[in-house]
Design a protein around this ligand. Structure first.
Ligand code: ARG
Length: 588
């Protein structure tokens, strides 16, 4: 396993060294190298430098060129425009770099220099409730970020902060006590999805019946309130029923996760309830340190810049006047646990942007209390999923759309697309591929948008073969694999002595950027940059494939060299898609 510096990094180093050699007074100025259309790379750093040194940028650039020792990486370097450097690398250097990538299982992608511990809070649905598209986003984005960080060698601890606590449980449990058979069912050996859906159906029924009673029967309401107190006091019988409800929900969550093809481990589901025992201490410490103050009986934290529409300050409420704890208290306890006990260097929260104020106040409070070093916590706030009408995605009746229904529909649509194109697939294979295509489409549509943006949930577009979709990428991968079925599966040998056609060069230079892209994605937590990279890769593969015959190449060496590019393209697509949580079937 060897990490391979990208050509960009190599060229940047060479220009940098030349810069310091030619202009010692420049120190270690950044050559500002980037990919360019004119040549392979362009360095613009001489402009700012000339300004700083009060010199002529073209003369300065020429000095730098003169200071680059002869080497077989840079084929051509020239001063252009007001003082840019246009740099073209040699074909041999391109192929040699890619050969080093191909020889490595990680494609030469380096590990982070200083990996740390990240605790990531994502996929946090609520017990006894259906999962909705918001939970889909958190799950899909969180999953991709976990993969990318782990790939870089970061230690990642996952936390699914599920909503498993609160007053509504009093109502549910009380109803269960009075109707003990409500959640019962015949033990069935049905498949996971059905089991999950059946569990959710029972919970829905329980929720509706208890809600109806709660709203209509004052005496039941009072009994439900007492039940909350018993739950908080840890009454055994009450807790047992609470567990029953939570477990039923977990069966449902797990079924959705299976369908979504994401791996969520039970041990990482650490819900709000897990922090119960810490809440008293949190309150005590905040009050003693003066970070929080009593206001009308409630324990509040105030912020100069957070005001309601009436101009009055809106506090973060840590404890309600009736003594109850809310969402904020739990999040504060979770921070203390994650920083203090889990030793996190970074805390991430993949949560809807509409909770931005909550997190801002919670982070600030934790900082004031000394529990959270500044800059450690970050909300990866995502936008809203919209319907085609541009409004938040709801059914016509205004209800939230069930996630399972969406996923089923995506798979059905995908089956149509797969069947249309399928040449030698059995019906079973078609169904199998439909799942990978349908789920991939949903994930990709989410991940290819920058996460802060709202996006329209449009299945027609998501499963389209044209455009920036996962199916397009999956087909590109499958097409390459089919070439290898004809050529015989083997690791093709690169031929650095061959001259590259323009389409080969363009593809090759992009292949070389995989590692740099992953570093940027991990640095900024931006999976959409990986999606964009992969889309561009598939887009560059098409002209290569059209212009550069592979199996019918003129010579054996050329054929092998092109197969080599095909192989590296396929492996890059496969690894990149896997990091996004998307499958790449061998045949489509
Ligand atoms: N359960 C919440 C919801 O469905 C999300 C929880 C986010 N995480 C947290 N630590 N507050 O909106």
């Amino acid at each position: 396993m060897a990490s391979v510096p990208s050509l960009a990094a190599t060229v940047r180093r060479r220009v940098s060294e030349a810069l310091s050699a030619a202009l010692p007074e420049a120190g270690s100025a950044d050559p500002l190298l980037r990919r360019s259309d004119r040549a392979d790379f362009q360095a613009n750093g001489m402009l700012a430098l000339a300004k700083q040194l009060k010199g002529n940028p073209r003369e300065l650039a020429a000095k730098v060129v003169g200071a680059i020792p002869a080497n077989d990486e840079i084929r051509d370097i020239e001063v252009s425009g007001p003082g840019f450097l246009n740099i073209t690398v040699s074909d041999a250097a391109v192929v040699r770099t890619l050969a080093a990538r191909a020889a490595d299982d990680r494609l030469g992608v380096p590990y982070a220099e200083h990996p740390g511990t990240t605790v990531i809070d994502y996929s946090q649905p609520n017990v006894a409730k259906e999962m909705h598209v918001g939970h889909l986003r958190s799950t899909v984005i969180g999953d991709a970020i976990v993969h990318v960080l782990e790939h870089r060698g970061e230690r990642v601890i996952r936390r699914h902060h599920i909503g498993d606590w609160g007053t509504q449980f009093g109502m549910l449990i009380q109803y269960l006590t009075e109707h003990p058979t409500e959640l019962d069912h015949e033990s069935d050996a049905s498949a996971g999805t059905e089991q999950g859906e059946a569990a959710m159906a029972r919970l829905n029924r329980l929720y509706k019946s208890s809600r109806a009673l709660f709203d209509s029967d004052e005496k039941f309401k009072a009994r439900a309130r007492d039940r909350v107190v018993q739950l908080q006091a840890g009454d055994e019988e009450t807790l047992a029923l609470w567990h029953k409800i939570v477990d039923e929900s977990k069966t449902y969550f797990q079924a959705v996760y299976d369908e979504l093809d994401v791996e969520i481990h039970d041990a990482d589901i650490v819900g709000e309830s897990a922090y119960n025992d810490d809440l008293q201490q949190i309150v005590k410490d905040l009050e003693e340190s003066g970070v929080a103050v009593r206001s009308d009986g409630a324990l509040c934290v105030f912020f100069d810049d957070v005001k309601g529409p009436d101009g009055n300050p809106t506090p973060l409420i840590v404890q309600k006047s009736n003594g109850g704890f809310g969402y904020a208290a739990t999040d504060l306890a979770a921070i203390r646990d994650r920083v203090g006990r889990l030793h996190a260097d970074t805390l991430l929260y993949v949560v809807d942007a509409r909770q931005a104020l909550h997190f801002r106040m919670v982070f600030e409070t934790a900082q004031r209390a000394g529990w959270l070093p500044e800059g450690t916590a970050k909300q990866l706030a995502f936008g809203t999923v919209l319907g085609k009408d541009g409004k938040p995605f709801k059914t016509r009746e205004g209800e939230t759309i069930r996630l399972v229904d969406l996923l089923d529909e995506a798979t059905e649509r995908a089956a149509v697309v797969v069947r249309e194109k399928a040449q030698d697939l059995t019906e079973e294979e078609i169904q199998d591929r439909a799942k990978q295509v349908g789920i991939g489409a949903v994930k990709y549509a989410d991940l290819s948008n920058s996460m802060t943006r709202d996006y329209v949930f449009d299945l027609d577009r998501m499963v389209s073969l044209q455009g920036d979709t996962s199916v397009y990428l999956q087909y590109a991968y499958a097409r390459i694999r089919s070439i290898f079925r004809k050529a015989g599966d083997h690791r093709p040998a690169p031929h650095p002595e061959l001259e590259l056609a323009p389409a080969e060069r363009a593809l090759a230079l992009h292949l070389d950027e995989f590692g740099d892209t992953l570093a940027a994605v991990a640095e900024e937590y931006e999976p959409h940059k990986l999606a964009a990279y992969l889309y561009e890769l598939a887009s560059l593969y098409s002209p290569f494939y059209e212009n550069c015959p592979v199996l019918k190449a003129d010579t054996d060496a050329e054929r092998e060299n092109r197969l080599f590019l095909c192989d590296l393209t396929a492996r890059t697509l496969h690894q990149g898609m896997a990091l996004l949580g998307i499958r790449t079937p061998e045949r489509l």
